[in-house]
Design a protein around this ligand. Structure first.
Ligand code: MOS
Length: 729
């Protein structure tokens, strides 16, 4: 076994750019103050949140007398004296927030960890101490807090799809497979905590806070405070990890903004790790009822998938992943339903591959179970049912390299050494299992604007208010501009994450490169046009500038993603989406293979190696792309074996809201990751021909691991994460 990793800096192949180091690499490893909470503001006050410890009921009394007497305490805000904020709707109900319950509007408690008071003091330590000596008395009711609790309310999510006659086809299929699968809640737990710093200058607000979308945050806070968005300035050059958790504004932002306005002084909040579990969003737990019917040769005849997704009482957050799973395999009879389960919890939200991770886990587990019943190799079952058109509406794929990924990954992994019979491969006391699964992610785009400028000495700058969440956005913008302007990369500066810059897309849906790349390309082409269309070579640049009599060129460009002027308007208004409808199916694909070892006696599970092959159109930067696949695969493995937000079901309270007990993989958990980038050319998806890479990596691994654990042990666990206890009995 090879315990050394594959080359961390991959070579470029066909349709791939240079593996450049990331723009902010030096700043990051030297600890430069680049994150929102690092911002130094003049004369700040410090806020500390007090969050509730019941999941349902109301506050009977809140005694702040002792806390208020502490030296350094400025003011304690609660339902009694909290400045008003507008109640705005959830983003999926046409509003702008990720959680619509307005904390401290009254004494009602809708979920555990709700904000019930805010202490503002001269120091963080004083504020924290004061918060801890506030006495609260509750009128407590019994919550229904998990997906299976009595008292939850299940409603249709209005996302059902069908084609053909599923019931008849399933009933008469030669081979049938039926299973119920479950995925756990997860919290993003980015290294960077949630923070908000609010500074008012008269009626103008400057906000520093981690955000995947500064134009979204700017417009959302303006809506909630009922002020002109032009009076709001959001600054956040780098995000210290987001994974979806910093995409949509939650209630703390308005709370801190109105408190700062009332006190007439800047206020800084850095919420604790534990508070991050309930003042922001998370990945909801889901349940799936999957039915597959096939003929004897393995051709799918029927696919049924009913999903159940947890949400809060107030909001209807949903991911409805069946809209993607129905496109995966040729199948004439499909029936899907999605349900929302309203419980006494905070509202969940986006988390890396929000629909694909849970729904593909269910489908790809079911495919593995079906393959065994059919006695067909799991890779061959995917090949038999591979399709280049939508089973639902016949739309063609722009490109689909699923089987190329399977073939390359299988070869590299050594899939042919697998004995199909489960629980037969051994190495001493270790039961050895191989598993595989499909990875997929839709290719999205948003409109984007960008400004590119160039001077005769070859120095250039790119400005776009996109978000760097660790994916390498600055580097990609820098590389593209370098190639298009014929100048070296290091003579280009990039600015992002500031709402004074031209707007860019949300760093979500794996669409930053496609969207900002198209806008940067347009701006660079406009610069070339100033010289008469052919961009001069670097050593001819000064002469070319002299020829046109310019000392600097600055070009602003707008890429509408096919959505026209309305799309640009909606981008400036901070709305997510806004591009044209997709006339063809656009997806990136991958294939994940994994070896697991389960100890014969202790049932300890180890993962000695994983292989992932991915095809994602043109790759601008193979180095940062590899990092995305690597991190994604590790997260997928973690989702299968470790990661879960544990809930005290009786109290509706998370019990592992800290990094000691919330399990994430460390290096020792993952000895060898083999990443293959399958070259793919797609000229239709978008102007650059790029598909997203950020969310593709964590989609296939959960099922691949579950399938490998079954192969090792003969025991099918349909309930993530697969922990040792589930393998006993
Ligand atoms: Mo990502 S979960 O699409 O912000």
């Amino acid at each position: 076994m090879n315990f050394f990793p594959t080359k961390p800096v991959p070579d470029s192949q066909t349709n791939m750019g240079r593996p450049a180091a990331r723009y902010e690499a030096r700043a990051k490893v030297t600890g430069a103050p680049i994150y929102a909470a690092d911002a130094t503001v003049e004369n700040p006050l410090f806020a500390y949140l007090l969050t509730g410890s019941i999941a349902k009921g109301r506050i009977k009394s809140l005694d702040t007398q002792a806390a208020e007497k502490l030296a350094g305490v400025i003011k304690i805000f609660s339902a009694h004296n909290m400045p008003a904020r507008k109640a705005v709707k959830h983003m999926m109900a046409g509003g702008v927030v990720g959680d619509s319950v307005l904390p401290m509007a009254d004494g009602e408690i809708y979920y555990d960890g709700q904000i019930i008071a805010v202490v503002v003091a001269a120091s963080f330590e004083t504020a924290r101490h004061a918060a801890h000596i506030i006495e609260i008395d509750y009128d407590e009711e019994t919550p229904a807090a998990d997906i299976d609790a009595a008292g939850v309310k299940t409603v249709s999510a209005d996302a059902d799809q069908s084609t053909g006659d599923f019931d008849r086809a399933f009933a008469s299929a030669d081979v049938k497979m039926e299973g119920v699968y479950y995925t756990a809640s997860q919290h993003h737990n980015a290294m960077e905590l949630f923070s908000t710093t609010a500074v008012w200058h008269g009626d103008e607000l400057t906000l520093y806070g981690p955000s995947q979308f500064v134009y979204g945050l700017k417009n959302s806070i303006a809506a909630q405070l009922e002020i002109d968005p032009a009076k709001v300035h959001v600054i956040n050059p780098y995000v210290g990890g987001a994974f979806g958790g910093k995409g949509v504004m939650t209630q703390r932002t308005a709370i801190i903004a109105v408190i700062a306005r009332e006190l007439g002084q800047p206020v800084k909040l850095v919420a604790t790790r534990e508070q991050g579990f309930t003042i922001a969003t998370y990945r909801a737990e889901t349940r799936h009822h999957v039915r597959l019917g096939a003929d004897k040769n393995g051709k799918l005849l029927a696919y049924g998938h009913e999903g159940f997704e947890l949400s809060s009482r107030a909001d209807s957050y949903k991911v409805a992943g069946t809209s993607n799973t129905v496109e995966m395999y040729a199948c004439p009879n499909i029936l899907t339903r999605v349900n929302i389960v309203h419980a006494d919890r905070n509202t969940p939200g986006f988390m890396r591959s929000p629909p694909e991770m849970p729904y593909m886990y269910a489908l790809e587990s079911a495919m593995d179970e079906l393959a065994e019943k059919l006695e067909i190799d799991p890779v061959e079952l995917r090949r038999i049912n591979d399709t280049q058109v939508s089973p639902i509406d016949g739309r063609p794929y722009t490109s689909r390299s699923l089987m190329e990924c399977f073939d390359q990954a299988a070869r590299s992994f050594g899939w042919n050494k697998r004995d199909a019979k489960p629980a037969t491969m051994r190495d001493g006391d270790w039961l050895v299992g191989y598993g595989c699964a499909t990875a997929v992610y839709p290719t999205n785009m948003m409109p984007s604007a960008a400004t590119v400028s160039l001077t005769p000495d070859g120095k250039a700058s790119v400005k776009v208010a996109a978000a760097e969440v660790g994916q390498g956005a600055y580097s990609v913008a820098q590389q593209l501009a370098a190639d298009l302007l014929n100048v070296p990369m290091d003579s280009i500066t990039v600015e992002m994450g500031n709402s004074l810059l031209p707007p860019g897309p949300i760093a979500g849906g794996s669409m930053t490169t496609a969207s900002i790349g198209a806008a940067v390309k347009l701006a660079c082409e406009q610069i070339a046009a100033r010289f008469g269309n052919d961009m001069p070579k670097a050593d001819e640049l000064a002469a070319a500038f002299a020829r046109i009599g310019a000392s600097q060129i600055e070009e602003y460009a707008e890429f509408s993603a096919g959505g026209g002027a309305d799309a640009i308007k909606s981008l400036y208004a901070g709305k997510i989406g806004g591009g044209a409808q997709k006339k063809k199916l656009m997806f990136a694909f991958g294939a994940n293979f994994v070896e697991v070892r389960v100890h014969r006696l202790t049932r300890e599970i180890r993962v000695p190696r994983m292989t992932g092959a991915f095809a994602s159109g043109r790759i601008i930067n193979p180095r940062t792309t590899r990092s995305q696949y690597l991190g994604g695969m590790i997260w997928g493995m973690e989702s299968a074996l470790m990661e879960a937000s544990e809930l005290d079901k009786k109290r509706g309270r998370y019990t592992n809201s800290n990094l000691a007990e919330y399990l994430i993989a460390v290096n020792a958990d993952i000895p060898h990751v083999d990443i293959i980038m399958v070259p793919e050319t797609d000229t239709e998806v978008n102007p650059l021909g790029v598909k997203g890479v950020g969310e593709l990596g964590n989609v296939g691994m959960p099922a691949a691991i579950a399938n490998a654990v079954y192969h090792a042990t003969g025991k099918r666990i349909r309930d993530l994460p697969i922990t040792i206890d589930k393998l006993f009995g």
